[in-house]
Write a protein that binds this ligand. Sequence first.
Ligand code: IVH
Length: 687
Amino acid sequence: MAASKPASKTAPKLARERAKQLRTEVEYHNERYFVEDEPEIADADFDALVRELRALEAEHPSLVVPESPTQRPGGQVSSTFAPVRHRVPMLSLDNAFSHEELVAWAERVQKIVPGEITFVAEPKMDGLAISLQYENGALVCAATRGDGVTGENVTENIRTIGDIPQQLKGSRVPKVLEVRGEIYMPLAAFNELNRRQGEVGARLFVNARNAAAGSLRVKDVSITASRDLSVFCYQLGAIEGGPRLRTHQETLAWLRELGLPVNPEISAFDSLDGVYEFVARMEAQRHSLGYEIDGVVIKVDDLGQREEMGFTSRAPRWAIAYKFPPEEKTTRLNDIMVSIGRTGRATPFAMLEPVFVGGANVSLATLHNEDDVARKDVRRGDTVIVRRAGDVIPEVVGPVLAKRPKGAKKWKFPARCPVCDQPLVRVEGEANHHCINADCPAQRVQRIVHFAGRGAMDIEGLGEERVRQFVDAGMLLDIADIYTLHFEKLVGLERIGAKSAQLLLDAIEGSKQRELWRLLVGLSINHVGPTAAQALARALGHLDRIAASSDEELVAVEGVGPTIAQSVQRFFALDANLAVIDKLRDAGVNLEGPEPSAEPRDTTLAGRTFVLTGSLERHTRDEATAEIEARGGKVTSSVSKKTSYVVAGESPGSKLAKAEQLGVTILDDDAFDALLENGPTEDEASK
Ligand code: IVH
């Protein structure tokens, strides 16, 4: 498929050809999206094609033909289900992608209906449209949108969805009601479904919308029944009987009264300013709603005004969809590489053709570990969907199989470290591979950078670039070598003048007096972060004493659990580590803590139990456990009513759904970090 090009000032012949090509492409992708439930490009890429076509048609009105996808709602009917002709066509919505486009829409509205206008703003659900028909209160038929005129009969599938009433309730049930809404899959259900799919080696769904469509549009209704689908109703279709309704707000209130689910986030505003605040709020909350939205739909509230405005051939003039900037785009995966971290952890990542997504240029995206790559089955040369949501690190969602180059081979985890060429090892039961060569230069650089970093010995001027330079020059083999650097050695190097050499040496000298806990953090002992380091330093008072402590003595330290204790012991059992410590001692680095004291330990999380699920962005599972234990909390493996918190990272398992069911507090990465830092809020503390 050709990439989009700007359409300004296109010569007529070229314009005609390009329009034809765009129409074919848009039709093709419409079919992949609506019929196959397997889109090949991200929604944002699709929108760009439609916009280009629209711009061309605006520039050359003779190119507008009735069959152009710009003149019809998207979608087609498949032959899997019986056709249902909609009594009132199911149209699409026009889109606005910026504040200006929203203002331009409001101006058009105002031109047709001068005077006061109330706007209703609703989250734009990213699911699939459904039409539900009730006769005398009983559900008789449910249909997808199809091509807008004819949809597919999915009544039996819809009957399996618990949220959709089979029978309407209340005293104002009409003779005939056709109501429209969006079928969606809550994110917790989507993640759980993909986890189950992964377990049995089945294909993963690329997003919740696809999962919803793929779960509803299946012949075998037991599949639909096993999937957790839901609905929000937002619109009336054909109706006979029922109350006189004057506004959209009244309509929604009535739908609620009949027992139909209506999104509680919907609000009304007398000005566009309010609408814009709502848009900003929704955008900020987008990831905590529990379901996917891709924008906000803004509608004129007054039904009389709506009538005056009417429709174009594909969409009402009284509503517009304000689309959020895309968080998913398609791009080419050029290669899969492995990076080695400070602890030797080998993390696969994708090298991508740079793409602007989620507000940033992305050329690298994590692939977490071997199982993640296998689950997603991404291969070199694949076109992939890349996602960057909020400030979460970019990730590859999955491949676009239809675009896979012939002969693309399954990716295999490299057997050897890309930096030191020693074997990479994956211990049974663990998700990650490690380079276990303690001399690996990649680890060395990362360990030294960590030692000199702000959170540890805080040596200004010794960042990653410098460390790499010194390691490459053979001047640093381990952290203790930092204290052997001297003026003559430094000024001989590229990009280092006398002044910066002296500044660096002063900073190094200053670091010798840092507190013991900082040194402990700097040693890169697994699970020993600042909290555990402070607890150890406070309780045991000297590095030698910590090194000589038995398991029991370590566990007896307030805030140190078995995970940390074991890791500390393992570290000090290695001669190579003891040799480094001797070098630090000889260099005059402080190994002493404050006087051991009976100072109260950190007990901010005492009495609280945590369950961890999914992978956290900033902590490994062990680190998170250690941080919790260091504050007196406990980590258990199953969720019950007694669980205080479920910490849910990326791809959480069924534990998240269970937590939601039981009403247990759920923490994401940020909330977890805030809890570690500040302890429970007053509200929580009283629970
Ligand atoms: S109102 C005449 N409200 O977005 C069309 N649509 O891109 C009236 N959608 O086809 C639709 N959330 O499937 C409306 N709150 C909402 C919506 C919504 C999602 C979908 C709907 C529509 C599509 C257009």
